[in-house]
Design a protein around this ligand. Structure first.
Ligand code: CP
Ligand code: NVA
Length: 309
């Protein structure tokens, strides 16, 4: 347990393979415990501040419930509560908050904001989504794959859509865990080259990281199909253009038929049916999306437990 204690989690690369596996194993244990209503409360007397610059359903509620289940408490700070970046500097906010609470979770626009918070808080900071990464999402996603497939190493994940925060965390996580990762994006929407280079350096010769243009090429024989919205939070002014550029980058019945016969489908949610995924697939027998959303709770509870207790 000691290896994660007191550490921040801003990027997938903040953990090594054994640490990710420890979080996933702890998450599976805590999920079984919750099903038995057997609560061990290692975080009694501890408090988490949750800063949000953007809306949220899953991240907000799953983190708050996780902290309560661990015996601690969470304080929700809505975008207008502290006006991060407008009312005072993020380093000042971090210094003050760090003197009140034991851990800070933050959902921000620029990734540098979580880095600033981590630098000045004096307590661990967890990235609840930035423009660069969504690492807590990826932990729940790998936990879901492990539940459905019984293993991670050697599997192929095909991501269809925008080379964004979610894609970055999945690509880095896949590389760390020995999974193959293929991403199909329209031209100009690939993940940043520096992130691709990081993933390839981690993957070494163990697994393949492929950047493709065609959804069909990516999906062929894949074990997991994954997608996310075409327009992320903060990109609303690009919605019309993105709607045109991403046409065809969709998980539908036809694309799913090209994947492995026992393929599973993931989506971080919220979904825009008819754009990046059809409702038929999201609600179909190969969809693990609802387990995936539930696993946000268990994976993050494991992370908090390991960081705080
Ligand atoms: N997937 C995810 O992070 O959902 P929310 O935006 O609702 O938190
Ligand atoms: N890429 C999406 C993920 C939402 C959970 C966004 O940043 O809005």
């Amino acid at each position: 347990m000691a290896r994660l204690k007191g550490r921040s989690f801003l990027r997938m690369l903040d953990l090594d393979r054994a640490e990710i596996e420890l979080v996933l194993e702890t998450g599976r244990h805590l999920k079984r415990q919750k099903q038995l209503r057997a609560f061990h409360r290692p975080c009694q007397g501890q408090t988490m501040a949750m800063i949000f610059q953007k809306p949220s359903l899953r991240t907000r509620v799953s983190f708050e419930v996780a902290m309560r289940d661990l015996g601690g408490q969470a304080i929700y700070l809505a975008p207008t509560d502290i006006s991060l970046g407008k009312r005072e500097k993020s380093s000042d906010i971090a210094t003050v908050l760090g003197s009140y609470v034991d851990v800070i979770m933050a959902r921000v626009f620029g990734h540098e904001i979580v880095e600033d918070l981590a630098q000045s808080a004096g307590v661990p900071v967890i990235n609840g989504l930035s423009d660069l990464e969504h690492p807590c999402q990826a932990l729940a996603d790998f936990m879901t794959v492990l539940e459905w497939k019984g293993r991670l190493e050697g599997l192929t994940m095909a991501y269809i859509g925008d080379g964004n925060n979610v894609a970055n965390s999945l690509m880095l996580g896949a590389a760390l865990l020995g999974m193959n990762f293929r991403i199909a994006t329209p031209k100009g929407f690939e993940p940043r080259q520096t992130t691709v280079d990081e993933a390839r350096a981690v993957a070494g010769t163990q697994s393949h990281i492929e950047i493709l243009g065609s959804p069909e090429e990516a999906a062929r024989g894949a074990d997991i199909l994954y997608t996310d919205v075409w327009t992320s939070m903060g990109q609303e002014s690009e919605k019309a253009e993105r709607g045109q550029r991403f046409l065809g980058y969709k998980i539908d019945r036809k694309l799913l038929e090209m994947a492995a016969p026992d393929a599973m489908v993931l989506h971080c949610l919220p979904a825009h049916y008819g754009e990046e995924i059809t409702e038929e697939v999201a609600r179909g027998p190969k969809s693990a999306i609802w387990d995936q959303a539930e696993n946000r709770l268990h994976a993050q509870k494991a992370l908090l437990n390991l960081i705080l207790a």
